[in-house]
Write a protein that binds this ligand. Structure first.
Ligand SMILES: Cc1cc2nc3c(=O)[nH]c(=O)nc-3n(C[C@H](O)[C@H](O)[C@H](O)COP(=O)(O)OP(=O)(O)OC[C@H]3O[C@@H](n4cnc5c(N)ncnc54)[C@H](O)[C@@H]3O)c2cc1C
Length: 467
């Protein structure tokens, strides 16, 4: 590591990696990519490898390290400007569409498969049936990379970047140095001070709290994003087969009768596995997530069901609110609670014996059978139960008493930094990209946001992109 760079990038998730790819392609720049987690091959999650309860590890190998949260992700590349972030607000639709195409091409160049889900003729009929069930089905083209292949793609990107960019893993950024409103450089947690002309902050959801803290310290404006709280739902794979075989992931939206809240499906994992993850930096909580592997299939499919609520003033802490709910589940169960839908409706907890009688096989063996009504507020439970009933009309069996619910799933979209259309913060030459900046929520838009910041830097340095 040198003591001065043209550009420092914080975070080696999709946003940081795509920024590095763009900058490196121009040639002739000194670039440092700083990542607090481990290198790709050293990342391993004990919940996945040993089937134990989440310890938890700090940092969590599931969401930290080369590849960021994307490394263990299911690799569903959603090729639509309507999902996975709000870059449309910054770039406009035509520019975002073009950028999504370019980012997708890059994923393919590094090994993503050709097949795209969600383009078949049957999609129109599914949309029609969804509307009869009071659901909106958003048709979204999806390229499914698969969890194992996702790592291969990320390894290929690293091998390409290694001779062109200084990559430093296991080193956390501690503070952005700004003097008199001008960027000076970055301080690392191990006490180094590195000077730079430009900085791209892409710390992901894992780095949300750090970034928010830096924003407060530097006096940057933050906007409140909605809080997304919900459950992971697991059903026998045939229940979702009609949807997943043509769409891979059905993006369904519902507005609840009782509260008029928006409830949506998220991250559908056909024949996949439910997982745990640790998020929240120095004050971590254990939450639920899901994967599906390209080659390793299970008999169950899972998806998240999330309620989006925008609370108003004086509410300012969406992350603290989400963590509070997750912590309730952690206190009661040591991690994640699993409950049969039938037990929840009957007002009783699930027990190991009751769980054994469920037709759905629980793929997260280390979840504790319990009672989710002791965790989620009435509003959320009502919204979620209503949506399950609506989905049952589209995919019979979703609201069966054998359906398994894991809680809680929280998406820390955090606060959103005030950014220009090129994703520059209020400090000149400091850019923020990806999920941590609150502008994206998925692989494609996170990657695209890194490209946006990098292109603006190249423009300022008068270096041609892709030169
Ligand atoms: C299990 C799972 C499955 C998913 N599946 C999908 C999917 O199928 N499709 C999809 O579109 N999205 C999926 N996602 C979401 C997707 O992975 C994220 O949207 C995406 O990775 C965000 O990219 P990012 O670069 O903004 O942040 P991240 O990928 O979170 O990367 C940020 C990186 O910054 C590092 N960092 C944080 N703070 C610091 C610091 N202070 N110093 C140095 N480094 C720091 C972190 O360790 C991390 O490696 C999934 C996520 C998970 C967890």
């Amino acid at each position: 590591m040198k003591d001065r760079y043209d550009v420092i990038i914080v975070g080696a998730g999709p946003a940081g990696i795509f920024a590095a790819l763009e900058l490196a392609a121009a040639g002739g720049l000194d670039i440092l990519l700083l990542e607090k987690g481990q290198g790709l091959e050293r990342r391993s999650c004990p919940v996945l490898t040993r089937g134990i309860a989440c310890p938890p590890c700090i940092p969590c190998d599931l969401v930290s390290g080369w590849g960021g949260a994307g490394a263990f992700s299911d690799g569903k590349l959603t090729l639509s400007p309507e999902v996975g972030g709000r870059l449309k607000d910054y770039l406009g639709l035509p520019a975002l569409n073009q950028l999504i195409g370019q980012v997708d091409d890059t994923y393919r160049r590094f090994g993503a498969k050709d097949h795209i889900f969600g383009l078949g003729e049957e999609v129109g009929e599914l949309q029609r049936r969804a509307s009869l069930a009071e659901l909106r089905l958003l048709p979204v083209p999806i390229r499914h990379v698969g969890t194992e292949r996702c790592r291969e793609v990320l390894a290929a990107m690293r091998d390409h970047l290694a001779p062109r960019v200084d990559i430093s893993t296991g080193v956390a950024a501690a503070a952005v140095r700004v003097v008199g409103g001008q960027l000076q450089g970055l301080e690392t947690q191990d006490g180094r001070v590195i000077a730079c002309r430009h900085l791209i902050l892409a710390p992901g959801r894992e780095g949300t709290e750090w970034l928010t803290g830096e924003a407060h310290r530097l006096g940057l404006t933050l906007h409140i994003n909605p809080v997304d709280v919900g459950l992971r739902v697991e059903v026998p794979a045939p229940v979702l087969e009609e949807l997943t075989s043509s769409l891979h992931e059905a993006k369904l939206e519902y507005y609840s009768k009782t509260f008029d809240d928006r409830v949506r499906t998220f991250c559908m994992c056909p024949q996949g596995e439910v997982t745990m993850e640790t998020t929240g930096g120095s004050d971590p909580v254990i939450t639920v997530n899901g994967h599906s592997y390209a080659e390793r299939k299970t008999g169950s499919s899972n998806f998240a069901l999330l309620v989006s609520t925008t609370f108003t003033e004086p509410f300012r802490e969406p992350t603290a609110y989400g963590k509070y709910l997750a912590r309730l589940a952690n206190i009661l169960s040591g991690g994640v609670i699993v409950q049969r839908l039938g037990d929840l409706r009957e007002g009783r907890r699930s027990t190991p014996a009751r769980l054994q009688r469920a037709l759905t096989h629980p793929t997260l063996g280390s979840a504790t059978p319990g009672d989710l009504s002791a965790v989620l507020p009435y509003r959320y439970l009502t919204d979620l139960l209503e949506m399950l009933e609506a989905m049952d009309r589209l995919a019979p069996g979703v609201a069966s008493r054998h359906t398994l619910l894991y809680g809680v799933e929280v998406k820390f979209y955090s606060s959103r930094l005030e950014l220009t259309p090129t994703l520059e913060t209020q400090v000149p030459n400091v850019f923020a990209a990806g999920d941590g900046a609150g502008v994206t929520r998925g692989l494609i838009q996170a990657s695209a946001s890194g490209v946006v910041a990098a292109r603006e830097i190249l423009q300022r340095l008068k270096v041609k992109a892709g030169a």
